[in-house]
Design a protein around this ligand. Structure first.
Ligand SMILES: [Zn+2]
Ligand SMILES: [Zn+2]
Length: 313
């Protein structure tokens, strides 16, 4: 590729948060991640119009993973392109695009085991109803290793970085080492202040792969993730910031792993602490965030260590 392809972040409102998608201004334009049901019309269309682009011309919808704040707008966006865009997701996360009930099943298997909220499943089901614009079959399933042609000499390669979810991928604009990683690089987490991943081992491997093999010159994140001191990175990181975010993500994963291992070895304690049965983990890490706020990365992640620990005593 001879010339760098411009990338434009698109912000869509969701309550007090902004949801981030990225427009790749290629001959066949692409949008990475789609926010929620309202995002294509309310966030993306006006932002694209402002730079002289049209949402109906988008030809690739690249989903980094299956969480509702990333796939929620996929069906609506696909409709706005006259169903001409390819909708791409890893096969392991495709169930989240195909059915709202997959989000409830994920809740039940992970954080839901610890949240002690009798309404928990109903709340997740209601959220999936409200923010997913439609259930659909992806038009292109990937497993990693594919190269997608965005027209001209612009290509995007697909790299599996599971851990946050089983089907998380990074899309990399070849030649300019611009990586779109969704939620695969968590640093200290977003608004909840805790990194969220379901498979700790895979999460760590993904971070090392990004650091050592992809070596992003530009890193585009799904949320403004926080540093240890609570200050957020933006969602567009340069090479030095990318290296720092990856290294800090690995550091905090080590600390969480150590605390989780200590706690699980001692036997999780069922107390009335909101962090129970992982209260010692919160204490050791000095985590004081509300562990019940969706998407509850504290319990998602600790459920992941518990599964991992059960497999490898
Ligand atoms: Zn996510
Ligand atoms: Zn997210």
């Amino acid at each position: 590729m001879t010339r760098a392809v411009p990338v434009h972040p698109l912000v869509s409102p969701w309550g007090r948060f902004g949801l981030y998608s990225f427009y790749i201004d290629a001959p066949q334009p692409a949008i990475v991640d789609t926010g929620i049901a309202s995002s294509p019309a309310e966030g993306m269309a006006p932002a694209l119009a402002a730079i002289g682009r049209r949402i109906e011309d988008v030809r690739w919808i690249l989903l980094t993973h299956g969480h509702i704040d990333h796939v929620g707008g996929a069906y609506a966006l696909w409709e706005m392109t006259g169903r001409r865009a390819q909708v791409v997701i890893h096969e392991a996360d495709a169930p989240f695009l195909r059915s709202r009930s997959a989000h409830v099943a994920e809740y039940r298997a992970g954080r839901g085991r610890y949240l002690r909220d009798p309404e928990g499943e109903a709340k997740v089901a209601a959220a999936a109803d409200a923010v997913i614009s439609g259930e659909m079959e992806p038009t292109l399933l990937v497993r990693g290793g594919e190269t997608l042609s965005l027209g001209g000499d612009v290509t995007v390669s697909v790299h599996p970085v599971p851990g946050h979810t089983p089907g998380s991928v990074a899309y990399v604009l070849d030649g300019q080492r611009a990586a779109f990683t969704g939620d695969a690089v968590q640093v200290h987490g977003a608004a909840n202040g805790f990194p969220g991943y379901t498979d700790p081992r895979a999460y760590r491997d993904g971070l090392e792969y990004l650091r050592d093999t992809v070596r992003p010159r530009h890193l585009y994140l799904g949320h403004p993730y926080r540093r240890a001191d609570g200050t957020p990175y933006g969602v567009e990181l340069d090479e030095a910031e990318a290296r720092q975010a990856l290294s800090q993500s690995l550091d905090i994963e080590s600390r969480v792993a150590r605390a989780a291992c200590d706690c699980l070895r001692a036997g999780p304690q069922d107390t009335d602490s909101p962090y129970a049965p992982f209260e010692p983990v919160a204490e050791e890490l000095g985590y004081t965030g509300d562990p019940t706020l969706e998407p509850s990365p504290f319990f998602t992640t600790l459920a992941g260590y518990r599964t991992h620990f059960d497999r490898t005593p």
